[in-house]
Write a protein that binds this ligand. Sequence first.
Ligand SMILES: [Zn+2]
Length: 66
Amino acid sequence: MSRHKYPIGYKFNKLTIIEFLGRKDDKSHHSYYRCQCECGKIIDVLTQHVQIQKSCGCAPRKMRKL
Ligand SMILES: [Zn+2]
């Protein structure tokens, strides 16, 4: 049912999607993308956090709700 929302190589802020992970377990409704930060660190980002997440945490984050 779940389709890839973003393509591999999609860039947002400091992060680039390198792999679609899907759901980590069957109980979870959340899917993840594996992303590489500009600093080289690899992190897993929730699909709904793609475009919101600024970096792996190496850059200061603005905690501002839109
Ligand atoms: Zn980083």
